[in-house]
Design a protein around this ligand. Structure first.
Ligand SMILES: Nc1ncnc2c1ncn2[C@@H]1O[C@H](COP(=O)(O)OP(=O)(O)OP(=O)(O)O)[C@@H](O)[C@H]1O
Length: 229
């Protein structure tokens, strides 16, 4: 569960204030024009930016001042989610032990997740030998091994071709249901969620301008202002 109570952030020219909550196991899409504050919102929840005031509660705990590494949150970006000098096995192992020294039980967990993300035969490969989709699978696998129930995604599949992107969304939704993950996902492309009726938060100039399901969003008269199109 995610709760933001009057969370305030200021850049030189842009004020942002967020007030909303997301239930455990909910998938929420974040939309809005460029520069509206979508990435800032994710960074506040992940702890990369400290709010000026307000409270961030995650799974019932006040985490406003908690170090990002200690929050029950993983964040996946468009690119650069894997360490290029580490093998797939080591990238996954990082989710279990920063020292990369795994117990037998952790090895077992890693094998199960590698199988789940379809990378069992790539464990000794390095990221330079993987496709964009495979790299994102490694990153998702590492998030799952960290056992962090909140996943923040900032345009995670936008550099992939349409077919691969569709496959990755399918995998993501399957994993979300299996692990009851709470997901907040920024996207610019409405077609990414056309097959869902996800709850959508639309951010315009640092505030939530719309909060409702995809079908309701499509009925909005000012949808083009909302989406910056
Ligand atoms: N480091 C910074 N210093 C000053 N202003 C910043 C900084 N980072 C972002 N901003 C401003 O804050 C606003 C929100 O930025 P943010 O990256 O959160 O928007 P966004 O909705 O994710 O945009 P995009 O869709 O283009 O990625 C923008 O107006 C941006 O110019």
């Amino acid at each position: 569960m995610i709760e933001l109570n009057q969370v305030l952030y200021l850049y030189d020219k842009q004020r942002m204030i967020f007030n909303f909550s997301v239930q455990q196991g909910e998938v929420v899409t974040i939309l809005g024009p460029s520069g509206a504050g979508k990435s800032t919102l994710l960074s506040l929840i992940a702890g990369f930016l400290p709010p000026l005031s307000g409270q961030i509660r995650l799974n019932g705990e006040d985490e406003t001042d908690t170090n990002p590494a200690k929050r029950p949150v993983s964040m996946l970006f468009q690119d650069n989610n894997v360490f290029t000098h580490l093998s797939v096995q080591q990238n996954l192992a990082l989710g279990l032990a920063p020292s990369l020294k795994l117990t037998a039980a952790q090895h077992e967990q890693l094998s199960i997740i590698a199988e789940r993300i379809g990378l069992t035969s790539y464990l000794s490969a390095y990221p330079s030998q993987l496709s964009g989709g495979q790299k994102q699978r490694v990153a998702i696998g590492r998030c799952l091994l960290q056992h962090r129930p909140i996943l923040l995604l900032d345009e995670p599949f936008s550099s992939l071709d349409p077919k691969l992107k569709k496959e990755m969304f399918e995998l993501l939704y399957e994993i979300q249901a299996e692990y009851r993950l709470t997901i907040l996902m920024v996207t610019h492309q409405l077609e990414d969620i056309a097959a869902t009726n996800n709850r959508c938060l639309v951010i315009v100039e640092g505030e939530i301008a719309f909060d409702g399901h995809y079908q309701q969003l499509l009925e909005q008269k000012n949808i083009s202002t909302y989406l910056g199109i």
